[in-house]
Design a protein around this ligand. Structure first.
Ligand code: BG6
Ligand code: MG
Length: 221
């Protein structure tokens, strides 16, 4: 095992809840109701794909022009950015700092494989700007999760083969992307939702460098 590719929202910090709140408010404004169960489908997928999913749910896919959709997505993002303004290193989820230092102590390289265009800004707020060896730019990708492109790009940027990497995700679409990339996947959250992961832990506090390495070794070797 040479590298670990991290998802950001819901793994490193709890921004998943702010994405949900911002989408819920935007959806309500255009007469569409979304709940937490529906929100599971939005986790891990891009801003525009999330909007399309919400519009489809409300049977309003054809009600908006491309320009209108862009304006709606921008409105959601502005609301989301207001919500995350106050983030500090205190908002790093339990166990993540120890996981990062444990992996670095083992000589592992770290990559960020987040669909979020706000990723670099959030890392800055969390004081993690210099932690990652590579940060995949989601704007340069052809396909979002569950397509493996983001994880394959991360592995390639780090200079390793997919089978030398582990991916950590809180979203079903993210776990599918890691698996399709041919990497060992660790899911953080609900065992049922993330059942396709190589291993699922209930929360970030249950993650450790030793666990990640053990899961990789037991799967690959
Ligand atoms: C993912 C989140 O990390 O990033 C999704 O799980 C979000 O909920 C996606 O839609 C895109 O984020 P952003 O910040 O570019 O709108
Ligand atoms: Mg996530």
């Amino acid at each position: 095992m040479k590298a670990v590719l991290f998802d950001l929202d819901g793994v490193i910090t709890d921004t998943a809840v702010y994405h949900y709140k911002a989408w819920k408010a935007l959806a309500a404004k255009i007469g569409i109701e979304i709940d937490e169960a529906f929100n599971e489908q939005l986790k891990g997928i891009s801003r525009m794909d999330s909007l399309e999913s919400i519009l489809a749910k409300g049977s309003k896919l054809d009600a908006y022009s491309e320009e209108d959709k862009l304006a709606l997505a921008t409105e959601k993002n502005d609301l989301y950015k207001t919500m995350i303004q106050q983030m500090t290193p205190e908002d790093i989820l339990p166990g993540i700092n120890d996981l990062i230092s444990g992996l670095k102590a083992k000589g592992m390289r770290l990559g960020l494989a987040s669909a979020s265009q706000n990723g670099p800004m959030i890392l800055e707020k969390l004081g993690l700007k210099d932690t990652f060896d590579e940060i995949v730019d989601p704007a340069q990708l052809k396909a979002g999760k569950p397509d493996p492109e983001i994880f394959l790009t991360g592995a390639q940027d780090l200079g390793f083969k997919p089978e030398e990497c582990v991916g950590i995700e809180d979203a079903a679409a993210g776990v599918d992307a890691i698996n399709a990339a041919g990497m060992v996947s660790i899911g953080v959250g609900n065992e049922q939702t993330l059942q396709k992961a190589t291993t699922v832990v209930p929360d970030t506090a249950s993650l450790s460098a030793a666990l990640v390495e053990r899961v990789w070794r037991e799967t690959v070797e």
